[in-house]
Design a protein around this ligand. Structure first.
Ligand code: SDX
Length: 432
């Protein structure tokens, strides 16, 4: 498709500028506004970046109106049905589905990087027992840059690959150590004979005094949740990783910044907030009263797990997770899960309410995920840590895509200044 341009005319001065329009392979084209400042001395203004592309990317595509999510062109529904988290990790990192040999090598490399330096385990002793696991995980991930100096040359493809395998392999070990620290139980070392999610469950739940058998239903449910949480284009935490990484900082620091951004209740912290909300609502007959609060702006209450900056239709991940809840709860013998029943009724009633319908607010990925995390024994404070484990793959893929782009520049947004004009200093003796 030939590159088009869009002409802008400044009516005040009749000056014109032609701005290039770049088409994507699918989805909206973008206007390249670089000339706008040069020709007109103007900036664009888009708080929250609702209509601004910060980069081009080949990793993930979302059509918010149609409820479409593609990882490297593959529909997330097909990957959820037929792939595994480690295979999806390879796809997101390398851009193609792996051959059997490539997958075995990748899986093998991840398995042989799961241990963390013993000194890193001692970091947990410095945390109070009731520290939030996200605080511990973000701190320990940032500290990895103090240990792995051999993978800090971000312009070496090989060192970028070692970093990618190390962080994807070690973040479950760090997450499980945070959980064990909170329980006051001994850390459980990773086992190389277990797959990615079975290994995580083993590190979370095993204790030294008796054998522990991973429940395959739980491992399979976790693997599917991780596939669905692996990437989501330029969301707040991924954009944080890109912006931090664009300064040339070490990759562990960039990922730690992403973990901190994900923690917010408007983002990945919503899965924990949904369970708290469901517990606060308690019963179906309290739903109307809660929804009235969520619609009242002065209440600062939101229907957590609902709404999305991009999806103005069902989040395809929410639909898959809702179906998963039925299957996983039945297979775990917990079909009569009251919080799941309440969530289903809450969705049904909200989607009949004009406020949510006219604002196109639908369940997002966080609305049902906590039901499954709870059913497989994950404590609520660890829900966002689970999200971080899965999203580490997307963060690494986007960081690597950016760093390996020769055109990469440091990210530095501009602003609309609305503060005081120039004024001179006044001695304190002369102030009012
Ligand atoms: C994730 O970006 C991603 O891709 C994120 C994510 C990923 O995979 O990385 O998908 C993961 O973060 C999912 C979102 C999880 N967050 C929540 O569930 C928290 C509850 N949702 C919201 O706070 C909100 O919907 C956001 C933050 C998700 C989106 O915020 P926007 O796009 O800035 O929307 P908005 O705040 O401008 O809302 C538009 C209107 C407003 O009302 P009006 O001013 O038009 O009258 O809808 C209202 C909002 O008040 N609104 C809600 C609401 N969400 C939006 N009202 C009540 N409850 C809600 N949940």
């Amino acid at each position: 498709m030939t590159q088009k341009t869009i002409e802008l005319i400044d009516r005040a001065t009749d000056r014109k500028v032609n701005l290039p329009v770049h088409p994507g392979t699918i989805g909206p084209s973008v206007i390249d506004i670089a000339a706008l400042n040069k020709e007109f001395g103007l900036f664009t203004y888009d708080p929250g970046f609702g209509g601004t592309a910060s980069t081009d990317s080949r990793i993930t595509y979302i059509d918010g109106d149609a409820g479409v999510l593609l990882y490297r062109g593959y529909p997330v529904e097909q990957l959820a049905e037929r792939s595994t988290f480690t295979e999806v990790a390879y796809l997101l990192l390398h851009g193609e589905l792996p051959s059997r040999k490539q997958l075995d090598e990748f899986t093998g490399s991840i398995r042989h990087h799961t241990m963390i330096n013993e000194s890193l385990l001692r970091f947990f002793h410095g945390f109070h027992y009731d520290a939030h696991p996200m605080a511990m995980v973000s701190a320990v991930v940032a500290s990895m840059s103090a240990f792995y100096h051999d993978t800090m040359d971000i312009y070496s493809a090989r060192q970028r690959e070692i970093f990618a395998h190390r962080i994807i392999a070690k973040i479950p070990t760090i997450a499980a150590a945070a959980h064990k620290h909170a329980l006051g139980q001994p850390y459980v070392y990773p086992r190389n004979d277990l797959d990615y999610c079975s290994n995580l469950l083993h590190m979370l739940y095993a204790v030294p005094c008796e054998p522990y058998e991973v429940d395959p239903v739980a491992a399979q449910a976790l693997d599917l949740l991780f596939v669905l949480h692996a990437d989501h284009e330029q969301n707040a935490s991924t954009s944080t990783v890109r912006l931090a990484g664009s300064t040339g900082t070490n990759p562990y620091a960039a990922i730690a910044a992403g973990i901190s951004a994900l923690w917010g209740p408007a983002h990945g912290g919503a899965n924990e907030a949904v369970l708290n909300m469901l517990e606060q609502i308690g019963t179906v007959d309290n739903i109307p009263k809660f929804l009235a609060q969520a619609k009242d702006k002065t209440s600062h209450v939101r229907l957590m797990g609902f709404g999305h900056r991009v999806y103005k239709n069902f989040d395809p991940r929410a639909k898959i997770i809702r179906e998963m809840c039925h299957k996983v709860l039945a297979r775990l013998g917990r079909s009569d899960n009251p919080l799941f029943e309440l969530a289903l009724r809450l969705e049904e009633i909200a989607l009949q309410d004009e406020y949510f319908v006219e604002r196109k607010l639908y369940p997002n990925v966080d609305f049902y995920s906590g039901i499954i995390y709870s059913a497989i024994g994950i404590p609520r404070s660890m829900f966002t840590v689970m999200f971080a484990i899965a999203r580490t793959v997307g963060w690494v893929a986007h960081w690597a895509e950016m760093i390996s782009d020769p055109a990469m520049r440091i990210g530095r947004p501009r602003q609309l200044y609305t503060g005081p004009t120039r004024r001179d200093y006044v001695e304190i003796t002369k102030r009012a």
